[in-house]
Design a protein around this ligand. Sequence first.
Ligand code: ZN
Ligand code: ZN
Ligand code: FE
Length: 751
Amino acid sequence: MIVKRKILVKGLVQGVGFRPFVYKLATMNKLKGFVENNNIGVEIHVEGELTNVSTFILSLEKEAPIASCIEKIIVEDDMFDGINGFEISKSRSVSKEITRISPDIAVCDDCLEDIKSQPHRINYPFTNCTHCGPRFSIVKDLPYDREKTSMNIFAMCEKCTSEYKNVEDRRFHAQPIACADCGPNYSLHYDSEKINNIEEIIKLTSSWLNNGHLVAIKGIGGFHLACDAVNRESVKKMRALKRREGKPLAVMFRNVQSAKKFVKISSSEEKWLISWQRPIILLDSKNKLPVEISGGLNTIGVMLPYLPIHYLLFNQLNSPAIVLTSGNLSEEPIITENMKALNRFSSLVKGIVTYNRDIVNRVDDSVGFVAGNKFRLIRRSRGFAPNPVNIGLKAEGILATGAELVNTFAIGKGKSAIISQHIGDISNPETLQFYEESFHSFSNMFRFTPELVACDLHPDYLSTVFAGSLRLPLLRVQHHHAHIASCMAEHKLDEQVIGVSFDGTGLGTDGNIWGGEFMVSDLSGFKRKAHLENIPMPGGDKVTKEPWRMAVANLYHYLGFQETINLRTKLFSEIPEGMYLSLLDILNKNINCPLSGSAGRLFDAVSAITGVCRFSSFHAEAPMQLESKICNVDKLPYPYEFDGGVFSFGKMFVSLVEDILNGVPVSTMAKRFHKTIVEVIIDGVQSIYLETGLKKVVLSGGIFQNKFILEKTEKMLLENGFTVYSHHKIPTNDGGISLGQLAIAAKFLQK
Ligand code: ZN
Ligand code: ZN
Ligand code: FE
């Protein structure tokens, strides 16, 4: 029986080789008809034998190109007039809806092969096809056509044009198509020389890396700084250059096999390492790389090559791995402009590799880890942004400005949130500029005009200030409510749940700093049911850089003034007496001591009192170092008190002091403390369950980046009969706040 069908495929189906795939599939199944791109997706009209049409529709989903992501396939009967054969028709615009922009895609195996064999692409590092290459990083506007990307200044040569026009070719309609004759080129700048020959560039750069030098290399979304990861002297030089002492440096390995000699890799970790997104994955270290890479942590951020130039370099590198860290100094955003890189790095590195195509949208390497066998993104950028998140609520016109430290913002389109790439700490002026530029770029690309703005409750966050400057209706969202809503939105939950937000900081509705929250929450509001005890933070924000202050504050709070003085020589001998006493003095006089019930501050206090980290050199170092110390042997949790509303840790600190004085190993104390936190969470959840009967538990906040806490908490909650929701695609840290704010605003609009 001959049938006619119209098939609409929605999702990420443009710029990823979908139409040629449809063409091949249709001709294979002897179908007649046509396929076209329009601004809501890909529309297919087919005519053929019923069985063939059915096979065709099934295969659409099963065999779709790797970087595509089908959200929906709508099949209807069709009436189009007969066509001989199957055609790819011109793109057209059918409504104001927009389609998706693909994230950047790691170079595919076929293109790597072409670099070895195609005469016009031998060693050509901008080789790409419909399955791979730059996307988001080069897009200025939609629809995604070459003229609207930074490829627009490169006129296609005859060969590329014929490939671009040939349906049978892998580069059919590959917008960034290029070859050595017509595309962009790399240059190497060193001393006052500049060379443009790729073979020479690779030869010189790799020889410098082999000899221990540092180089800067322009990547897909910004510059990287590179050095030999096995050469300790080089790594030390890199640390000095980046002006940061402890922050871990990411490492790119030649391949999975070589990485396995240095880190442990599970099968799900391997799957993500080799995925086309090629994120950095935090993996357990075998302690064979210089300690300066991990900064003393037991994990290393590992990624695999994803650009042709990475492969070309590894061909000539002796080392199995290079440090490949973002090209910025301290907390600035990663540098994207050639001139700026030349100015900034010329005196610091041996050579700078640039290329003559603009990076339109800055994207950092994404970072994640595997916990409970699932991949969790903690920095969402290259390979993931700007994929929309369907939240199941109408969100058009909502702008959510995010938090401050690990900022992202989000815009509402239809029922989706489009979350920006990782922006960073916007209290840094250059990062704030990146924030504002990205907002304008998103508004333009996605035809977005804000009508309602959601922001954090904290009036001093620059994201809040920015929200206010737009002079639009404003919705202020409590930070931890936003965390819970973010996880709810990720899982499309729209009901009452038990929310556990264990986090660094966030302003509470009572004016104190929150971050150890148990709440009954839905998208409309929340009730704070329990929290960690408020402890003074002597010196306010200073405590995040000086965790020892939180250790002393807890001792002062739980053991009193005199006992805390007595403990100085035994616990904090390296802290000068004057400094110690003046801290106690401001605690005693309650000068600049805001109150905080934050779990992050409790981790800081324990990390500092046990001597693991008393001064931190990067954000969240103290909790990360403490997690690194956990021993493998089972230990009991510390005692604590819970009165149904507040968790107090006086007994825990008494035990900790005893343990320290008795010479108990740090690894034991770290394990006991982590188990305490898990028990606290279970305890808090159980008490809310007894009161409300709620069985769905949502976990969010920076503390759930801690693999031990996340895995054990999920496991124990499941064992106790709860349904548990934690973050996967959206960061559990403040990078997820914008999504939560947006979901809360969408719910607000619905009412
Ligand atoms: Zn390719
Ligand atoms: Zn060409
Ligand atoms: Fe937070």
